[in-house]
Design a protein around this ligand. Structure first.
Ligand code: BG6
Length: 490
């Protein structure tokens, strides 16, 4: 379907996200012929800049961050003719009037009132100011044509998320709001639904009768990088678990949607979030483990501890690691623990899901010398992108001996050049498809899930911090969380 002419307006166009993710994503969509025939990217920034200077800056960053490098020289001129740098002050009414005029001029050029896609790539405290001005200047009055994309963090707890949703609802209809969680744009995460509901052999065993536990790990090798100031008020629970990990959990645990309709899929996800058993305040330490990295060695390089990072307090109580055991109170998952963990400065970057199946109730092979490994399904999200099914086979030979083997689907054998999450999500937003974006109730419910942990951790500083070395697998207590159930991290 041909896309309508669109003006894409980026607030915070000179920021980090725009240079690393947004411009490269638009560029890759462009060279693949996925952008509307008529479009402009109106890049808003505070500084007085020449258009050409800004374009050169975008080009330099494309060379650094675009997954597609081969065609930059030949395609750049065409792509860059769609970029307009526009000086703009977020808190000045007049700036929005000028923007209005600019957008109207563009509409004249297109020959129609174009769709408008506003991208808020700015600190969360500006959302309310911008949304108020967009309303006053009547910049996004048409629910069918005007959309707004909002980056996380979406609030900092349940009540602030509710407040933010209510504030946005004064300017926008719910179907105009695209709350982005870039994990949902990842190819490997999207594939979970296809894998579960497109195969007759997995869905029948995807439940508490056959599954013993589920693990979701998002390990990062990087530390807080230059974001110490931001991260201090955030931590792993709010930065990763409340959004990315809970969303992945929803994909693994949700019931089959009746259709691929956005509302239907989002309803099934909210069902999962509602069914997650809330952890009582006085039981938080039993279900959740936190950590903070001290100095250490990552891939042979000595690195600082979190408290030594720029912008971080010397006695910081912010967690850079979190692991939680959740239970879902519904028929499908009764009694199955869902373990989630994430951390910075781990020994390697690796995100994956493990579905651990129950052992056979009876087996000829269990007795004596034939120990069986339990069947396992591993979904590697990144940087490895594959699905592995582990099962037992007879070792070829004259004696009867069993060994575990793997059957692997590797994404790279399928398509080498997998789109980046932002490409998928931006294209969906251009097309008006809300499926992979968060609805207001999803966000609020996810905050509710972590509410008591957040409260407990904020009010009870952890005297053991820093409690894991950079380059390790996280704090020791994280292993205990599973050992209690006679499980172990994969
Ligand atoms: C972001 C977090 O949402 O996700 C970062 O704010 C984190 O702290 C990042 O590093 C991880 O994303 P990815 O795609 O690199 O796994």
């Amino acid at each position: 379907k041909a896309l309508q002419p669109t003006s894409i307006i980026i607030f915070g166009a000179t920021g980090d996200l725009a240079k690393r993710k947004l411009f490269p994503a638009f560029y890759n969509l462009f060279i693949e012929g996925r952008m509307p025939e008529k479009f402009n990217i109106v890049a808003l920034g505070r500084a007085d800049k020449e258009n050409e200077d800004f374009k050169n800056y975008v080009k330099e960053n494309l060379v650094l961050f675009s997954r597609n490098q081969t065609s930059i020289e030949t395609e750049w001129d065409k792509f860059s003719s769609h970029i307009i740098y526009f000086r703009h002050q977020i808190d000045e009414e007049n700036s929005y009037k000028e923007l209005d005029e600019k957008l109207k001029t563009l509409d004249n050029d297109y020959g129609v009132r174009a769709n408008r896609l506003f991208y808020l790539s700015i600190a969360p405290n500006f959302v309310s100011v911008i949304s108020g001005h967009l309303k006053n200047a009547v910049l996004a009055p048409n629910p069918a044509q005007d959309r707004i994309i909002i980056e996380k963090p979406f609030g900092h707890d349940k009540s602030s998320a509710i407040e933010l949703n209510s504030l946005l609802s004064r300017t926008f209809e719910e179907e105009q709001i695209y709350r982005i969680d870039h994990y949902l744009g990842k190819e490997t995460v999207q594939n979970i639904l296809a894998f579960r509901f497109g195969n007759s052999i997995f869905e029948p065993i995807w439940n508490c009768k056959y599954v013993e536990s589920v693990q979701i790990t998002v390990a990062e090798e990087v530390g807080v990088e230059s974001r110490g100031g931001f991260y201090e008020g955030t931590g792993a629970l709010k930065d990763m678990i409340q959004n990315h990990l809970l969303q992945v959990l929803c994909m693994v645990a949700m019931e089959q949607p009746a259709s691929l309709d956005a509302g239907e899929i989002r309803d099934r996800k909210v069902d999962v979030l509602r069914s997650i058993r809330r952890i009582p305040l006085d039981r938080v330490s039993h279900y959740a483990v936190r950590g903070q990295y001290g100095e250490g060695v990552v891939k042979g390089v000595k690195v600082k501890g979190y408290r030594e990072e720029e912008g971080v307090a010397a006695d910081s109580n912010t967690e850079t690691f979190a692991a939680i055991k959740f239970y879902l109170d519904n028929e499908r998952w009764e009694g199955v623990p869902f373990y989630v963990r994430t951390g910075k400065r781990m020994k390697e970057k690796h995100s994956y899901i493990t579905i651990q199946f129950k052992p056979l109730p009876q087996s000829t092979f269990i007795a004596g010398k034939h120990p069986l490994s339990q069947n396992k399904l591993i979904i590697n999200i990144q940087p490895l992108m594959d699905i592995r099914l582990q099962f037992m086979t007879k070792k070829p030979g004259l004696t009867v001996e069993l060994k575990p083997v793997e059957m692997i689907f590797d994404y790279f054998s399928c398509k080498e050049d997998t789109p980046e999450a932002y490409e998928t999500l931006l294209l969906d937003a251009l097309e008006g498809d809300l499926t992979l974006f968060m609805r207001s109730d999803q966000v609020e419910e996810a905050w509710d899930v972590v509410k008591t942990i957040q409260e407990y951790w904020e009010n009870n500083p952890d005297p053991s911090f820093p409690n894991y070395s950079a380059g390790s697998s996280g704090p020791e207590q994280c292993e205990l969380l599973l050992q209690r159930e006679e499980h172990a991290w994969e």
